[in-house]
Design a protein around this ligand. Structure first.
Ligand code: ATP
Ligand code: MG
Length: 438
């Protein structure tokens, strides 16, 4: 992408409405634009990152055995009357009438609809276990939308739903999602800690929230500090037997405020390891058994031929919220520092003297060579002064910069800079390209 032809509306001023750093940086870097309270347009740079986050979530869901489909954003109110949640959900639900005065709603979540789909097709235990997910926009009319995409009203969520014949098998489905979440967040460079959580309006008995620690987080959390640096288990696992791994992660104390028990915390965690901090909820998993399948009559015949309500769980990831969370975890005074895995571009190519024939030729060659070798390149071919180019590339957080100027070229060298560390290296163009190639 050539910057001169791109749409990157970077702001010089710090927007006064933004209270936290991720919101400020997303506005300044031209990633999002607020269209109404808690409702954002995704500008090209923001959309690139959103798609990459989404793709990691998709890959890890698939690895854990879940299958992607896509449900609509609009749902019939009658479906929610079947579960009893239409009245319960309250003002967070955006209710809509169509031209025939049919009551509809913009989905805040999809338990009812997936249960309806399941019961339409699945009759036998032989089709189980089954886990279906989608990545779709949700709407919740939050009382206080704030912090940019962290607490939006319209937001992108991955929600998966598992179906099993009995509790033991449902527990395995839960464990697969638990571990998939550890891997998902680790791939984005995040340290997410699973914590015992309240089940809220989704209901049920077994639930964990995945929390990344950040001073700007909206949740108060308590945990054993050892959990923060445990890292991810990695992809090569026995996906049918994860209980040991889950036990290891859940045996140490970790709870959100709603579930916190100070006496237990003090009894179980030595004083030096007691961590009480703010956190951002990036994922939430629930096992809720027959809560929806029973009222909605989603039943399957077991091996004995007897029909019983299917056991379900649901598993959410805040895809758009993650973008804010990643920035909260990874930035400096100059701007965003994207982890390689979610960066909008791999390399920012900076021409220090636009209009100089040698610089332009070298930049064009580098631009083409890197793209041919699988890299996404943002080529700053603008007329701006070097200082402005450096500042903008730092602000938008591209992981590598390739800097080409007349002085270096005369000596046969260019410079590469790693955004995260600021480390610079001078080397030949060919060596630089080899270094930066995929
Ligand atoms: P919160 O407690 O933050 O309001 P929640 O518990 O209501 O979230 P869930 O129903 O568990 O949310 O939704 C699954 C995930 O969707 C959450 O873990 C979070 O990452 C994300 N999410 C929920 N509400 C919002 C929102 N208003 N804006 C952005 N992401 C959200
Ligand atoms: Mg939640």
């Amino acid at each position: 992408m050539r910057l001169s032809r791109y749409f990157l509306p970077v702001l010089k001023e710090t927007p006064s409405e933004a209270q936290i750093v991720s919101h400020r940086l997303m506005l300044r870097a031209g990633m999002i634009r607020q269209e109404a309270a808690g409702i954002y347009a995704w500008l090209p740079l923001g959309l690139r990152v959103l798609k990459r986050i989404e793709q990691i979530v998709r890959e890890e869901m698939t690895r854990a055995g879940a299958i992607e489909l896509l449900m609509p954003t609009l749902q019939l109110a009658d479906l929610w009357r079947e579960s009893g949640r239409y009245e319960d959900y309250g003002q967070e639900m955006l209710r809509i009438l169509d031209r025939h005065e049919r009551e509809m709603l913009y989905g805040p979540t999809n338990e009812e609809m997936i249960t309806e789909i399941f019961r339409a097709y699945v009759r036998s235990y032989k089709s189980l276990p089954l886990n279906l997910f989608h990545i779709q926009w949700k709407f919740r009319d939050e009382q206080r939308p704030r912090f940019g995409v962290m607490r939006g009203r319209e937001f992108l969520m991955k929600d998966a739903y598992s179906f099993d014949l009995d509790e033991a098998s449902a527990r395995k489905a839960y464990n697969r999602m638990f571990v998939a979440y550890l891997n998902t967040f680790a791939r984005m460079g995040l340290k997410a800690v699973p914590m015992r959580a309240d089940t809220g309006p989704i209901g049920g008995d077994l639930s964990h929230e995945f929390i990344i620690l950040a001073d700007t987080g909206e949740s108060q959390v308590f945990c054993d500090a050892a959990l923060v640096d445990m890292g991810a288990p990695g992809p090569d696992l026995d996906w049918d037997d994860l209980q040991g791994l889950v036990d290891q992660r859940t045996s140490l104390y970790a709870a959100t405020e709603e579930m916190h028990d100070q006496a237990r915390f003090e009894a179980e965690v030595t004083e030096g390891a007691r961590l009480s901090a703010r956190g951002i909820e990036v994922g939430h998993i629930f096992y809720f058994g027959e809560k929806y399948s029973k009222p909605m009559k989603a039943v399957v015949a077991g091996p004995d031929g007897v029909e019983r309500p299917v056991h379900m769980g649901s598993y959410g990831v805040g895809v758009s919220r993650l973008m804010g969370g990643i920035i909260e975890a990874s930035h400096d005074d100059a701007g965003i520092i994207w982890p390689d895995s979610v960066a909008p571009f791999d390399v920012g190519l900076i021409n220090l003297r636009q209009g100089d024939a040698a610089c332009e030729a070298a930049c064009e060659a580098a631009y083409n060579a890197l793209q041919a070798r699988g890299r996404e390149v943002l080529y700053d071919d603008s007329d701006e002064r070097p200082g402005g180019k450096f500042a903008r590339m730092d602000l938008i957080g591209v992981p590598w910069q390739l800097i080409i100027g007349p002085k270096g070229l005369a000596e046969g060298v260019v410079e590469i800079k790693r955004r995260a560390t600021g480390e610079r290296q001078t080397l030949s163009l060919e060596a630089a390209l080899n270094r930066l190639a995929a």
